[in-house]
Design a protein around this ligand. Structure first.
Ligand SMILES: Cc1cc2nc3c(=O)[nH]c(=O)nc-3n(C[C@H](O)[C@H](O)[C@H](O)COP(=O)(O)O)c2cc1C
Length: 413
């Protein structure tokens, strides 16, 4: 491969320009205030993201309704949050007006945490479940999405990612597992009614060609009846529906698709390739290519799961070390038409200044993600999430949490 660096070529998304091909993926970090507004900690994280100069920052999963959320301190996007979100966007745009800011709108459905919110479901999945949603409930949730999209628009976001991945409500409708006989289940037409209605309504009611819509999609969830499986009781991969979904939302106005896989509560290593077995990253490349080959050339495909590649210091085998890194694969995949952009998730916690450092040729100063997955441990425990490898505050916090956990266990035994 020549010296050309594809990661720093600008690209058009909708009517706007992303300065480069690096996006910060949505990363929920459980540090909102009591009302679901950004706290000081939230500000600090995003300030760094905007200083880092990535072309796109996707705001973490922000809930359209406070009653069904998966994190106690999850950001929220309801009318009461509008002012705080507008202030937040304006501060980030002051730091870096060029970075595009998309909000990831979500509802947690069966992944809502029963300790502090209401768990609801499309059809009970073993180990999850909750109260069965009625058709009226779904209409109300779609209203919440549309209201939240309008808030994102008026708060100054450049666009929204209508979340259809990782087992949250958007993906629960789409799954073949949703074979319940109702307006939102069974046939493919019924299972896509939820996302398609939201897209159609948002397009019509916001009606701003400069407001960019898109979705993060789990192309294959990797368990029986999951998205991208051949039927409600098989995990055999059949991407027909996932690719049809991508085309369906594109027809309804999606300008970008963030390609992901898995459902972290079930198939974690598929969503976030594990440092011991990083090879699942190749599956992601295949999914990215599959999406790229069905969408229009102007629809921007953003690939996930690149963090595990870091600077090539990973457990991938049968490759030369210089051909095992995030930079190598990012460049190659863009050049080969596998994806248009790459997104960094865990790496953004380790060092969100990566784009700026790379651009300045200071790669040796990048804090590379070790895929230790301590960040996931914070998330699972509902604690403020950060990088315990490079940030002392979070290293101390992790030690403290584990100590307390040890004490609790000792008390129980
Ligand atoms: C702590 C943590 C929080 C996450 N939060 C979100 C989220 O809010 N929305 C989402 O779509 N994915 C979320 N993810 C998944 C990442 O966006 C990304 O898809 C995944 O980590 C794989 O990319 P990576 O290898 O670059 O980390 C989260 C992952 C982690 C580890």
């Amino acid at each position: 491969m020549g010296e050309e660096n594809y990661l720093f070529k600008p690209i058009k998304i909708g009517n706007k320009i992303s300065e480069n091909r690096i996006a910060i993926n949505a990363m929920e970090c459980c540090d909102s205030d009591e009302e679901g507004n950004p706290s000081e900690k939230t500000y600090r994280r995003y300030q760094r993201h905007f200083e880092g100069g990535s072309g796109v920052v996707v705001l973490e999963a922000i809930t359209v309704g406070y009653e069904s959320r998966s994190r106690k301190y999850q950001l929220s996007i309801m009318p009461r949050n509008e002012k705080a979100l507008a202030k937040f966007v304006s501060e980030m745009k002051r730091i870096n007006p060029k970075t595009l800011f998309f909000f990831q709108l979500t509802h947690s459905g069966e992944l809502s945490h029963p300790d502090f919110s209401k768990r609801v479901c499309v059809k009970p999945l073993p180990g999850f479940g909750g109260e069965l949603l009625t058709e009226d409930d779904v209409e109300k949730i779609m209203d919440q999405f549309v209201t939240s999209a309008k808030i994102a628009h008026s708060a100054g976001a450049d666009g929204i990612d209508i979340k259809l991945c990782h087992g949250y409500l958007g993906s629960q409708f789409i799954r073949p597992y949703n074979d319940r006989k109702w307006k939102f289940g069974g046939s493919w037409e019924n299972r896509t009614r939820f996302p398609y209605t939201i897209y159609e309504r948002v397009q019509k009611e916001i009606n701003d060609p400069n407001f960019i819509l898109g979705s993060k999609v789990s192309i294959w969830e990797g368990f029986p009846g999951g998205c991208g499986s051949a039927g409600p009781d098989t995990a055999i991969m059949d991407l027909t529906e996932s690719l049809d979904l991508v085309k369906g939302i594109e027809e309804r106005g999606a300008k970008f698709i963030i390609v992901s896989a898995g459902s972290p509560s079930i198939t974690l290593a598929l969503s976030q390739p594990d440092k011991k077995i990083p090879d699942d990253v190749y599956l992601h490349f295949g999914f990215q290519k599959a999406v790229k080959s069905v969408v229009k050339p102007e629809t921007v495909v953003i690939g996930s799961a690149y963090s595990v590649l870091n600077n090539g210091n990973n457990a991938l085998q049968a490759v030369k070390r210089e051909e095992a890194s995030l930079k190598y694969w990012g460049n190659k995949n863009i050049k080969d038409g596998v994806t248009d952009m790459i997104a960094i998730g865990r790496q953004s916690l380790a060092d969100s200044l990566l784009p700026a450092k790379m651009k300045a040729g200071k790669e040796d100063t990048i804090n590379w993600c070790t895929a230790c997955d301590n960040c996931i441990e914070f998330l699972i425990r509902q604690k403020n999430v950060g990088c315990a490898t490079y940030d002392k505050e979070y290293a101390d916090s992790l030690r403290q949490i584990r100590r307390e956990e040890g004490l609790l266990k000792a008390k129980r035994t």
